[in-house]
Design a protein around this ligand. Structure first.
Ligand SMILES: [Zn+2]
Length: 321
């Protein structure tokens, strides 16, 4: 494989055949050698947090100043084209380190929202498109194993580098939506808690699931230019036996409250973690404005509208019958 020479500076040697163990070792090493990473881990444990519950469904909000830049990121094509790509190794900090798996580099996120937060970037600068990568995605989730969930933000749905392909990963037990999906029926179901509209798939067969995810993806409406794929967030988890895949189709990236210029303004920029039940705000002021009603309003506003969602659900039910 042709790797940009700068990757050789970053990539460390695999020590075992267990990807998760190697990730843990990489993180341990990073905490020793990369001060930003070490302070990020420490800060994560001390964030202001509160939990909202509705029956068995939970949403956690946090005040996390480390995420400010990401929450306010300008992802318009012109801005993206003009900035140095932060997922290309020429622009990494000197302390950067990573593990190579196939053509992806597993990198620690120095500005974490959750424990063991990783960015998993392509070693090539190529667009954030998922259509041909369902097989890769499922194999990566299986390889990382039950401790981790692998997430994806589509362009226009929270990806801060829509020009450089990447997944993310975090501890699976940190995502409330994933525990909600534990007891759903096999094959296909939906989750509509807090006004979200989520498609969920459960299967022990990788190729069967790949086929169904790809089919579901093709059913979703494609938004207008400049996007070429449906606006989408995804969570995939392999529990050792079965996969669970959560597809969260979106109507738009940011809610009205993000753009408001008066006291209604709340900096919430929903990407996959928010949709999976971890609502990130940058500071205490914004954190204080989050309540059950706001969560419900934001989820309802940015999720794919009810009518196209129902159409997709009917097609998927027909296909699974
Ligand atoms: Zn890049």
């Amino acid at each position: 494989m042709d790797l940009h020479p700068q990757w050789h500076r970053v990539l460390i040697k695999r020590e075992s055949s267990n990807l998760y163990h190697d990730v843990e070792r990489m993180l341990e090493r990073g905490y020793q050698t990369w001060p930003t990473l070490a302070s990020g881990r420490e800060a994560i444990g001390k964030l202001l947090r509160k939990t909202f519950s509705e029956r068995d469904s939970h949403v956690i909000t946090q005040a996390n100043p480390m995420r400010l830049q990401s929450l306010r990121a300008d992802t318009r094509a012109t801005t993206i084209a003009a900035r140095p790509c932060f997922l290309c190794p020429e622009h990494f900090p000197p302390e950067e380190l990573g593990i190579l798996w196939e053509h992806l580099a597993l990198l620690p996120n120095p500005f974490p929202a959750l424990p063991e937060h990783l960015t998993i970037a392509s070693t090539r600068h190529e667009p954030q498109l998922i259509a041909d990568r369902w097989n890769l995605y499922l194999r990566l989730a299986r390889e990382l194993g039950p401790s981790m969930a692998v997430t994806f933000n589509g362009a226009g749905a929270g990806a801060s580098a829509p020009d450089h392909f990447h997944f993310q990963a975090c501890r699976a037990d940190a995502l409330p939506l994933l525990s909600e999906a534990q007891h759903l029926k096999p094959c296909f179901a939906t989750i509509t808690s807090w006004g979200r509209r989520v498609l969920t798939f459960r299967d022990d067969n990788l190729s069967a699931l790949e086929h169904r995810l790809s089919f579901a993806h093709r059913l979703l409406p494609t938004p207008p230019h400049p996007f070429t794929e449906p606006l989408l967030n995804v969570v995939i988890h392999f529990d050792g036996q079965e996969f669970r895949a959560l597809l969260i189709p979106r109507a738009k990236h940011r809610p009205e409250c993000f753009h408001a210029t008066d006291e209604r303004r709340v900096i919430i920029s929903p990407a996959v973690l928010e949709m999976a039940g971890v609502v990130i705000t940058p500071d205490q002021d914004n954190f204080n404005k989050v309540n059950e009603r706001l969560i419900r309003d934001v989820y309802g506003e940015v999720s794919l509208e009810e009518e196209p969602f129902t159409r997709v659900v009917h097609s998927l039910e027909k296909a699974s019958a």
